[in-house]
Design a protein around this ligand. Structure first.
Ligand code: SF4
Length: 63
């Protein structure tokens, strides 16, 4: 699985970081940074929940 983040859409609201700080962080520029773009499969549920939590749909999972 691969995390795709659309930084043009991100509003820096930080829901993804709050849900899964191991994988997402709002950077100094106020936009999401993906800390691990290819998380281990065992984290799928957590990553999926964080992706779904984004209020502006800036995140998606591939694979
Ligand atoms: S939840 Fe969405 S808008 Fe908020 S920081 Fe994450 S990607 Fe950006």
């Amino acid at each position: 699985m691969k995390i795709i983040a659309d930084r043009r859409t991100c509003d820096g609201l930080g829901m993804c970081e709050a849900m899964a700080h191991e994988f997402f962080q709002v950077g100094e520029d106020g936009l999401v940074e993906v800390l691990d773009e290819s998380p281990p499969e065992e984290h799928r549920e957590l990553v999926n929940a964080a992706v779904d939590a984004c209020p502006v749909a800036a995140l998606r999972l591939q694979g």
